[in-house]
Each structure stands twice: as C-alpha cells, then as structure tokens.
Design a protein around this ligand. Structure first.
Ligand code: WAQ
Ligand code: MG
Length: 253
C-alpha cells in the first residue's frame, strides 16, 4: 500500500490568498516512511532558501496499487555552459530540435522571465504558436503523485553519475512523468531557488541538464510544458495531477 504525500508552502498566507510560493514536494511512499517524510517536508518549508513559510499544506492520500502506472526514467546528460546567455541559447536549440517552433520557444522563455509572481506549477504552451493553453494563471499545472519504484536504487543510480543534489532527484522524476504524457513535446525548467542556477530541457526521451539557465540570486523560476496543438487540456491535467506513477530505470536497448 502506498500513500501520496504532498506538501506546498507559501509566505504571506496561503497560495490561493496571494501568498508567495516557497516550496513544494510530492512523493509516493510506503506507510512506514510517511511520518519521517512529513517531518522532512515541514523542515524544508520552515528553513527554505526562498524564505520561511507561514503557510504549509500537507495532503496525504492512500493510493490503490492497481491504479499505479509504470513509466521510465529519462537518461541524464549534463551540458556545461559558460554564461546564462549560452545556456538559454542552448536550451532554445534543444527545444527546436524536439519540434518546438523558434517562436514558441522564444515566447515561452519571455513569459517565464516576465512572470509577476512566481508560479507554484507549470504553464502549458502550444509547441507551434507559443500561446499559453492552460487557464490556471499563477497556479499552473502541479505535477503530483509520482516517485521512483525503488528510491534507494535511484539514489545509487544518480550517485554513480555524480548527481547527489535533491533538485536533480525531484526534477528527474517530474520530468519522467511529464515526458510520458503523449501530448507533451518538451519541457523547459529552471529553479526558483536563489542559489540554484542549473536548469534543464527534457525532450525526446532525454533529460538535458544545462549548468546555467538563470542568474545566481534570482528568485524567479518556472516550468513550461510544450504540447501538441490539439491537446486535450483536461486529460493532460488529470494525468499530470492525479494519475499515480512510479518510475523505473530504463532497460538498455
Ligand atoms: N509541477 C509543476 N510545476 C512545478 C512543480 C510541480 N510539481 N514543482 C515546481 N514547479 C514549477 C514552479 O513554477 C516552480 O517555481 C518552478 O517549477 C521551479 O521549481 O538537474 O529545483 O522546485 O540539476 O525550484 C532543475 C535542475 C531544478 C535540476 C528545478 O525546481 C538538475 C527545481 P523548483
Ligand atoms: Mg524551488
């Protein structure tokens, strides 16, 4: 039996009453791990680099085993860049190589850079026109109910690649879920944590880390999911927010 454990934290009140997003987390855990993880999540919200949360919402739901879908983790590559500009240009190239139009890539990056308030979820954008397709404003789509099938083996797999930071761990699972949605063409992300400048483009079954996608010290971060033109938005939202998935290591082909 697994439990979905979710946390979202904000400062200046709850998200829905204008509070600023501080941190979030989502795991699927065995019962024996739930209490310890709740403690870890609350600690994170109270000691975060974005500030101390004054609103923390924890949600715990039991998941039926037969509802869980298995997905594959994406192989990880890291590209070192010398500057923010080089990083953003490279991100655009990866997006275009994945089938996003140049215009759509540019529009989405502009939208991310000009967010008034940080979002707690992702914006969904048409991969052809760059038009925003979700109507969720500052909330966006919040991907949830995901984890790896074997968290310990996952840590070992990441560790062997020199990847030990929690940001990678969480982003790799999220990107695997987003990438498994048939309507998604590519994902672009950089963190809203002021001390974390590495971002990624996930597309064509790969997780491409780019060592600088924003300025050090910036609290502005976000995610864009580029989707096919005729995407059923409600089906996509239900899959990303509600369908429980466990990610497995990809078999060598
Ligand atoms: N669903 C949708 N969007 C989300 C979610 C989620 N579960 N969690 C975060 N976001 C959005 C939201 O707009 C945040 O402001 C933004 O993404 C950044 O979130 O390989 O740490 O958790 O070294 O700060 C990527 C690189 C790190 C990791 C990403 O994102 C690596 C990161 P953060
Ligand atoms: Mg963050």
């Amino acid at each position: 039996m697994l439990y979905s454990v979710r946390m979202r934290a904000a400062k200046g009140g709850a998200h829905e009453y204008g509070g600023e997003h501080i941190s979030g987390a989502e795991r699927l855990l065995k019962e024996a791990q739930v209490e310890d993880m709740v403690k870890v999540m609350v600690h994170r919200a109270l000691t975060h680099s974005r500030g101390k949360a004054d609103f923390i919402r924890l949600t715990i739901d039991r998941i039926k085993e037969d509802e869980i879908q298995l997905i594959e983790l994406l192989p990880i590559k890291t590209f070192s860049v010398q500057s923010l500009l080089e990083g953003r240009i490279y991100a655009s190239e990866l997006l275009v190589a994945a089938g996003v139009t140049g215009i759509a890539a540019e529009k989405a990056m502009e939208a991310l850079l000009h967010l008034g308030e940080n979002m707690r979820g992702a914006m969904v954008v048409c991969s052809e026109t760059g038009e925003r397709l979700d109507s969720l404003l500052g909330r966006g789509i919040r991907v949830s109910k995901m984890d790896t099938i074997d968290p310990q083996a996952f840590s070992v797999w990441l560790g062997k690649q020199g990847l030990t930071d929690i940001h990678v761990r969480e982003a790799a699972v999220l990107a695997a879920k987003v990438n498994s949605a048939p309507s998604v063409v590519a994902e672009l992300c950089w963190s809203d944590d002021p001390d974390y400048v590495t971002g990624y483009v996930a597309a064509k079954g790969k997780y491409n880390r780019i060592t600088q996608l924003k300025e050090l010290g910036s609290r502005r971060g976000g995610r864009v999911f580029f989707v096919k033109r005729d995407t059923d938005m409600e089906a996509l939202r239900v899959y990303l927010e509600e369908q429980p998935v466990l990610a497995i290591e990809r078999k060598e082909r």
